[in-house]
Design a protein around this ligand. Structure first.
Ligand SMILES: [Zn+2]
Length: 514
């Protein structure tokens, strides 16, 4: 009805104009006729004599323009990326095809041998209905807002796509090549080489049951192992082999491994494990950090609202605290506060983030969504700012899993409190996202300017677990050291600054690539 009224109004205006125009000389009409809009009225961001922030404001006009700007803009690092969730369902098809797998249409898993309800991977690829079913079940493509619980759909995907036979080497190559295409200087991946021989030695001495009140006794069988040079060398060999496989996959896909961003790894522990398995896994992960410089930290993952994760949270923190002291105080970046009232009672949210930091020794946290519920939140935010506890922000993931968007997200709260943040992907494959789109979402949601975005990318390196002194003094990006320190961190930070110089020079030259 409203639309009809508008149309009638517009017609009346048009016919009124026509009457006036008809009574005037033709030359006047020609002189005043509105000029057709041309491209030069709406120049793209790469045209004209503009500063980078001005070009950025222009690029905000539309999603594809912002994508074009942000894909090539240096983004520092992705610090929160689960390698299995980063794998795209699309590429799993190649792996399943190469491994001669079959796809079971009733269970939505790949199987080695054909069965009553299975089709060959080639048939899956060639049959749109099957392919759509597959892609829906193994990614958030199949989740539609308000039609199902995004949390449940998301976590279900993991039980399906592990069956495609995609190797850890293929997954690592995939993630590195994708990030190289987006001008990302450094990655910290939650990733693992797979099974390897020395792991069995940990399982062989594992206690039947860990008593949280006697963690010394639980750790006793591992004391010799975690200092055994042969065991520590076994960890490094596993990583060497894994990385070599990844490099071979990159070469096979005509990508030069030298162009991949430097990568470090984070070992993960499932918070849904019973306490004994949790303990043993934590020993293994912290031993990997001890053994190999490429492993820089430990994390805990799986749904934070899971019943066991809630019921045993305090015990899990005690285990982490104990082992952290025993195993050379590794860096801890822990998922913390990935909770909302939809998925959790109030009680865990009152101190989840504080305990994750104070007891679990987290120097970074993932998500931090429930911060508003924390007791004495002002002192907690002060502490996070003063101690530099960075929050790994995962906007797309929070939208899909928790239904958190816009100012439901604590981005504005952390920003106003001066708590450092870095945009990350979490599970880019499952979410069908990438780091460019995480920046795009942040820029459009919070109307961020270029200079703030640039400093956010610097945070990702400043608060990374790269070794050594920073390029900047006291975390102030306006105070660059005149002589860059000889450290891993400063080298990557310099690479980011150089990448920004090159990016901005390219903008000024017309932004052509090649
Ligand atoms: Zn995560």
């Amino acid at each position: 009805m409203i639309r009809l009224a508008l149309v009638i109004g517009a017609l009346a205006t048009l016919s009124g104009c026509a009457t006036v125009e008809a009574s005037r000389p033709l030359e006047d009409q020609r002189a005043e006729a509105p000029r057709a809009s041309t491209a030069s009225d709406h120049p793209p961001f790469w045209i004209g004599n503009l500063t980078p922030p001005e070009r950025f404001e222009r690029a905000k006009r539309s999603r594809p323009e912002l994508i074009a700007f942000l894909r090539r803009m240096p983004k520092g690092a992705d610090l929160h990326n689960h390698i299995s969730g980063a794998t795209f369902a699309d590429f799993m098809l190649e792996s399943a095809l190469a491994a001669d797998k079959h796809y079971d249409l009733s269970r939505d898993v790949f199987v080695d041998d054909p069965g009553d309800n299975s089709v060959s991977t080639q048939t899956l690829i060639d049959t749109p209905a099957y392919l759509n079913q597959y892609r829906d079940i193994v990614s958030m493509r199949g989740w539609h807002r308000d039609s199902a619980n995004g949390h449940d759909h998301f976590f279900r995907t993991f039980s399906h796509f592990g069956t495609a036979g995609r190797t850890s080497g293929e997954m690592l190559a995939e993630v590195l090549v994708r990030n190289a295409a987006q001008n990302i200087q450094y990655l910290e991946l939650m990733a693992w080489p797979g099974n390897f021989p020395v792991l069995q030695r940990f399982l062989d001495v594992s206690p039947v049951r860990v008593d949280v009140n006697d963690l010394d006794a639980a750790f006793e069988p591992f004391r010799a192992l975690v200092n055994d040079p042969e065991v520590l060398a076994g960890f490094r060999t596993a990583v060497d082999t894994w990385e070599a496989t990844a490099r071979a996959h990159m070469v096979a896909s005509n990508f030069d491994p030298a162009d991949a961003p430097p990568v470090r790894y984070v070992g993960s522990i499932m918070r849904t494990f019973d306490l004994t398995r949790f303990f043993v896994r934590a020993v293994v992960m912290m031993s990997m950090v001890k053994a190999d410089d490429r492993y820089v930290a430990v994390n805990i993952l799986a749904p934070e609202d899971a019943a066991r994760a809630r019921m045993e949270f305090d015990d899990q923190m005690r285990v982490l605290d104990f082992l952290w002291r025993e195993l050379d105080q590794p860096n801890m970046t822990l998922h913390g506060g990935e909770l909302t009232m939809r998925e959790s009672p109030l009680e865990p949210m009152l101190d989840r983030i504080r305990k994750t930091i104070d007891v679990g020794h987290a120097s970074r946290i993932g998500h931090g969504i429930s911060i508003g519920w924390e007791r004495d939140v002002v002192s907690l935010l002060d502490q996070m700012r003063a101690d530099g506890v960075l929050v790994e922000i995962n906007l797309t993931s929070n939208d899909g899993i928790l239904g958190i968007v816009g100012d439901d997200h604590p981005f504005l709260m952390y920003r106003s409190a001066g708590v450092p943040m870095c945009f990350c992907t979490d599970d880019e494959g499952v979410n069908r996202s990438n780091l460019t789109l995480e920046y795009l979402r942040a820029v459009r949601t919070y109307d961020l300017g270029y200079d703030e975005v640039k400093n956010l990318t610097r945070n990702c390196l400043e608060y990374s677990y790269l070794d050594g002194e920073s390029l900047f003094m006291e975390r102030d990006y306006t105070r660059r050291r005149s002589t860059p320190p000889d450290s891993s961190k400063a080298r990557v930070q310099l690479a980011l600054e150089d990448a920004f110089d090159a990016f901005e020079a390219s903008l000024a030259r017309g932004f052509r690539e090649g």
